[in-house]
Design a binder for this molecule. Structure first.
Ligand code: GDP
Ligand code: MG
Length: 440
């Protein structure tokens, strides 16, 4: 898959101190193959590669990043740009109700998504949507929407399966106004393939309701086909947004990458499962990281770039290894970490961190951090430099001064010792391999 492949290529480049033009070329070849393999449209791939090459080569080398990291960053930025850079929001009509038409092939997930969207609008935006059952062809399609409507607690308008879709939407609009619904979500019929009859019906509905938004529901698992479908629907109906469904598990990212580029229609939502709450606004940057499959290593690079002074980090590393890491260093480190955001987020961003032995169940409580800091700040300079002097009465004094308990102080001292031991082991391990780790 794309993720694994890119990761393999990027792994080689990540450790390098310098990246030559040849490196970039090699890497871009791999990226190109990976994208094509993931069913990304070939024209999109070509443009993408050209953009990355140009940016990666033309860039000045930043102090805090290795050139390899810089190339990764450019790849990520371009992937994000391909999918639209910013999160695209659903339309809001000047005059209520906002009308949203859901269109797409049979089985893409229109009916499910209609209910999910209704629930999202209610929960996140405090809206009061009306669902409209317009699929009069597929057996039990109306019932399916009614069942889902019940599940999310939203009313469904239907005239049964003998009515004509155009009549249904006309009456639904009147009903919505009478009942003061601020959104009308129309679930339409689909076909297995695009055909004239379907398009004509959808165009008829469109001209009656004048929708503020036509959301094309696309099954991400269909890869390149999804792009063809999107193109065809867009040509006929002027789609205003895309919902990408079935992005659960290992679904390839190819569709997401091509759709925006080919149809110039933003992806607005993503569905990641059959359950009604498995639905969320689509974030291009998150999708790009997911496609790259590197945890959130890019955000980490970005944060590090702005917050950590590389020289200081190196000095610290040296101290950690030589064992004269003190509570003063610890405080300084704490300040740097704090400026980077919640600790747990940071740990989650480090690739492999979740899998690391002993760290699997690590939960970081930021409140805990506040206590730790208070304890350290209650120590005297001597105590910070040499914690071994901290006897019973000193512990009592520190606990009192920091508003914590002796148990808290004991725990921290023990953790500090454990940490130093662990650092010693880690530096031993690295020494054994005879390799100095670079970057992250
Ligand atoms: P429609 O024909 O376009 O209305 O599609 P449906 O809403 O009936 O969905 C078709 C099938 O896909 C159903 O079994 C849904 O439960 C399933 N489905 C819809 N969205 C998702 C999704 O995001 N992930 C997964 N795994 N299944 C989905
Ligand atoms: Mg349906």
């Amino acid at each position: 898959g794309l993720a694994a492949r890119l990761q393999e290529t990027l792994k080689n480049i990540r450790g390098k101190g310098k990246v030559s033009e040849q490196d970039v070329k090699d890497m871009m070849r791999e990226v190109r193959l990976a994208l094509l393999e993931a069913d990304v449209n070939f024209k999109v791939v070509k443009q993408f590669i050209a953009n990355v090459k140009e940016k990666a080569l033309g860039q000045e080398v930043m102090k805090s990043l290795t050139p390899g990291q810089q190339v990764i960053k450019v790849v990520n930025e371009e992937l994000t740009a391909l999918m639209g850079t910013e999160q695209s929001k659903i339309a809001v009509a000047k005059k209520s109700p906002t009308v949203v038409m859901m269109v797409g092939l049979q089985g893409a997930g229109k009916t499910t998504t209609t209910a999910k969207l209704a629930s999202h609008l209610r929960k996140q935006h405090n809206r009061n949507p009306l669902l409209v059952a317009c699929d009069v062809y597929r057996p039990a399609a109306i019932q399916q929407l009614q069942t889902l409507g019940k599940q999310v607690g939203m009313p469904v308008f239907s005239l049964g399966d003998k009515a004509n879709p155009v009549d249904i939407v006309k009456q639904a609009m009147q009903h919505a106004e009478a009942e003061h619904h601020d959104y009308v979500l129309i679930d339409t019929a689909g076909r297995l393939h695009i055909d004239e009859t379907l398009m004509t019906e959808l165009a008829d509905i469109k001209s009656i309701v004048q929708p503020d938004e036509i959301l094309l529901v696309v099954d991400a698992m269909t890869g390149q086909d999804a792009v063809n479908v999107a193109e065809a629907f867009h040509e006929q109906l002027d789609v205003t947004g895309v919902v990408l469904t079935k992005l659960d598990g290992d679904t390839r990212g190819g569709a997401a990458l091509s759709i925006k580029a080919v149809t110039n229609t933003p992806i607005k939502f993503a569905a990641t499962g059959e359950k009604v709450d498995q639905f969320e606004p689509f974030h291009p940057d998150r999708m790009a990281s997911r496609i790259l499959g590197m945890g959130d290593v890019l955000s980490l690079i970005e944060k590090a770039q702005t917050h950590v002074d590389e020289e200081k980090a190196r000095e610290l590393e040296k101290k950690l290894r030589s064992m004269d890491f003190t509570f003063d260093d610890f405080l300084e480190q704490l300040d740097q970490v704090k400026s980077m955001g919640p600790l747990e987020d940071l740990l989650g961003m480090i690739p492999g961190m979740n899998k690391a032995k002993g760290l699997k169940n690590l939960k970081v409580d930021d409140q805990q951090l506040v206590r730790v800091e208070a304890i350290v700040r209650s120590m005297t300079p001597l105590e910070k430099q040499d914690p071994s002097v901290i006897n019973g009465s000193r512990r009592r004094r520190i606990a009192k001064g920091s508003g914590t308990t002796i148990q808290d102080v004991n725990r921290l001292l023990k953790q500090f010792e454990d940490m130093k031991k662990m650092m010693k082991q880690m530096s031993g391990m690295q020494g054994g391999k005879g390799k100095k780790k670079k970057g992250f």
